[in-house]
Ligand binder design. Structure first.
Ligand code: THU
Length: 128
């Protein structure tokens, strides 16, 4: 059976606003109370103002008062599973720490790893 978080990321992807890249991404972030915060990529004609699905999910969650997270699922239509971009890794580290990352595609392929594997030796508030 599909993990509900996997399914939530696929459903979130359906709302992607990606008229420029046509690359649609969904994310589903589970907090420690079990609540799921979803996001999709939202592009902009200036390109640079585009927000990735992962950051939309994180900022939605933070703005709703969630502060501790267990895992995030990221869904895209790629054979090689899509990992979070560098900017999203920094934001995920800041708000979620060494979270579990589940990458999924539309054909049921999935892989789980931890953020630390993707983002070792991060800069964060501990340096300030
Ligand atoms: N994108 C995401 O939303 N998440 C990722 O993990 C990779 C990239 C978006 C940003 C942009 O809208 C499109 O995918 C192409 O880069």
């Amino acid at each position: 059976m599909t993990d509900p978080l996997h399914a939530a990321a696929l459903t979130a992807r359906e709302n992607a606003h990606a008229p420029y890249s046509k690359f649609r991404v969904g994310a589903a972030l589970e907090d420690t109370s079990g609540r799921v915060h979803t996001g999709c990529n939202v592009e902009n004609a200036t390109y640079g103002l585009t927000l990735c699905a992962e950051r939309v999910a994180v900022f939605k969650a933070i703005s709703e008062g969630a502060r501790e997270f267990r895992r995030i699922a990221i869904a895209a239509d790629t054979d090689a599973l899509t990992p979070p971009c560098g900017a999203c890794r920094q934001i995920l580290w800041e708000f979620c720490g060494d979270i579990e990352i589940m990458m999924v595609n539309l054909h049921g392929k999935s892989e789980v790893l931890r953020l630390k594997e993707l983002f070792p030796r991060a800069f964060d508030a501990s340096f300030l």
